[in-house]
Design a protein around this ligand. Structure first.
Ligand SMILES: C[S@@+](CC[C@H](N)C(=O)[O-])C[C@H]1O[C@@H](n2cnc3c(N)ncnc32)[C@H](O)[C@@H]1O
Length: 211
């Protein structure tokens, strides 16, 4: 996104894109410190208002994230959902999970956010009940395997936001593996009779509503 557009959006949102911004900065600092092997890429702060929109739209009481990182988006989701909303966030890297838990404790969000250690593909089959909002922000190679669990773990009206679709569209250098997994995921979820899906061009997220 052009710098001037970012500036305009930041001004229009008037502080709404600044919520938990320190956690966004900590995530970037951690990744830079740990080098190429670390994939702690926090979501864009200009996406922060999305979570308040979705929390309001779904009257969210339970939200789920795959790929917690330092906890930036989970904190946004918990703040958007308010004190009666519970966020479960799955993290495969034990160090990242520890950092996120500390961050939630420091922000008084521990009661609202539960960090589940493990990979999405191993944890999703064990989860129970329905989530109002789901955010997929981990390893996209696993995404096709998530589809049966997305059906089981949502109710009509739930919203699934899927990030990290960029490699399929030739972004991020165009050399990352897993394009086929993204293609398979998108093809299947677009055709799935249980979901209606919109792919956001440019941002390369998809938004699926459970019907
Ligand atoms: C893009 S970052 C997530 C950033 C976070 N959602 C945010 O906006 O602050 C990806 C994180 O997901 C974790 N991860 C990657 N693949 C995963 C998987 N299959 N299951 C669980 N965690 C995963 C990585 O260790 C990393 O911490």
């Amino acid at each position: 996104m052009r710098k001037s557009v970012k500036q305009l959006l930041t001004e229009i949102y008037d502080g709404q894109a600044d919520v938990h911004l320190d956690l966004y900065q900590l995530s970037n600092q951690h990744r830079r410190k740990h080098g190429r092997g670390c994939d702690m890429f926090p979501s864009d702060p200009l996406q922060a208002p999305l979570w308040t929109v979705l929390a309001s739209l779904t009257h969210a009481r339970r939200m789920l994230e795959v790929g917690c990182g330092h906890g930036y988006t989970a904190a946004l989701m918990a703040s958007a959902g308010g004190p009666d909303c519970q966020v479960d966030t799955i993290e495969g890297d034990l160090g990242h999970a520890d950092l996120a838990e500390q961050a939630f404790e420091q922000r008084g969000l521990s009661r609202r956010i539960h960090v589940i250690r493990g990979r999405g593909q191993n944890i999703l089959p064990k989860l129970k009940g329905h989530y109002d909002v789901v955010f997929l922000d981990g390893d996209w190679v696993e995404y096709p395997r998530y589809i049966p669990y997305l059906r089981r773990l949502t109710r009509p009206g739930s919203v699934v936001v899927t990030a990290n679709l960029n490699p399929f569209f030739g972004c991020w250098g165009g050399k990352l593996p897993g394009k086929q997994a993204i293609q398979s995921y998108l093809t299947r979820i677009v055709k799935d009779p249980h979901f209606r899906t919109y792919i956001v061009p440019g941002e390369w997220h998809s938004i699926s509503v459970r019907v």
